[in-house]
Design a binder for this molecule. Structure first.
Ligand code: C5P
Length: 226
């Protein structure tokens, strides 16, 4: 494995990991690993191959043969292609996230994705976001950040994002879904969602995106990463 520096950004869904990760990748000119998208891609591929989300062995085969491409340069936006088909929009849907958290409980599926995640560690550096970046995948990361926010705040943000896309969701449903996914992610036997011992936790409930970035920049400076 190349020893390019890594910044690990972990935390539950809807906490702004993607926004922080994208901003840092742009500022530093580093690569980006959206590990959640890998689990989402496994879930989508399983559905299209008629594999049940509780059939671990078949899911391991799906994960091991996953043909997913992250095209970072498409007009500044990421394009995701799975088995030759563009899934950029579908991969972000709530039900895909929910299905992803079901395939992610299987140890064999997680193992099958480890190598693929390590391959993203290339010079000049990597910003990796997910649930177990700092605990399992890159335990030697140069900086580990754990973002949190109340389920209410996360549901509100998601509601706003959906509204911007012209889609309407019921806030209470989003909140329930978020709590359900948190529970599944926090209680699974392998790589549960917990902060690494050496992670810095930032509670973003009361913080604007700019205020979160200001804290992150302070941490980068303190670690000599910029
Ligand atoms: O971050 P995102 O919402 O895209 O992740 C979808 C699901 O994939 C999560 O709810 C979680 O169950 C799973 N996941 C994981 N480990 C990661 C990233 C995501 O288990 N490193």
């Amino acid at each position: 494995m190349s020893m390019a520096p890594v910044i690990a950004i972990d935390g539950p869904s809807g906490v702004g990991k993607g926004t922080v990760t994208q901003a840092l990748a742009r500022e530093l000119g580093w690569h980006r690993l959206d590990s959640g998208a890998l689990y989402r891609a496994v879930a989508l591929a399983a559905v299209s191959r008629n594999v049940a989300l509780d059939d671990e062995q078949a899911l391991v085969d799906v994960a091991a043969t996953l043909d997913v491409v992250f095209d970072e340069h498409e007009a500044g936006r990421e394009r995701i292609v799975l088995d030759g088909e563009e899934v950029t929009t579908r991969i972000r849907q709530e039900r895909t996230g929910d299905a992803a958290s079901k395939v992610a409980v299987w140890p064999g599926v997680r193992r099958a994705l480890v190598e693929r995640q390590h391959e993203f560690r290339q010079p000049p550096g990597l910003i990796a976001d997910g649930r177990d970046m700092g605990t399992v995948i890159f335990p030697d990361a140069n900086l580990k950040i754990f973002l949190t926010a109340s389920p209410d705040a996360r549901a509100q943000r998601r509601h706003g994002q959906l509204a911007e896309q012209g889609r309407h969701a019921i806030l209470a449903d989003l909140c329930l879904e978020i709590e359900g996914r948190d529970r599944r992610d926090q209680t699974r036997a392998v790589a549960p969602l917990v902060p690494a011992e050496d992670a810095v936790t930032i509670d973003t409930t009361q913080l604007s995106p700019d205020a979160v970035m200001a804290e992150v920049h302070g941490l980068l400076k303190a670690r000599g990463l910029r």
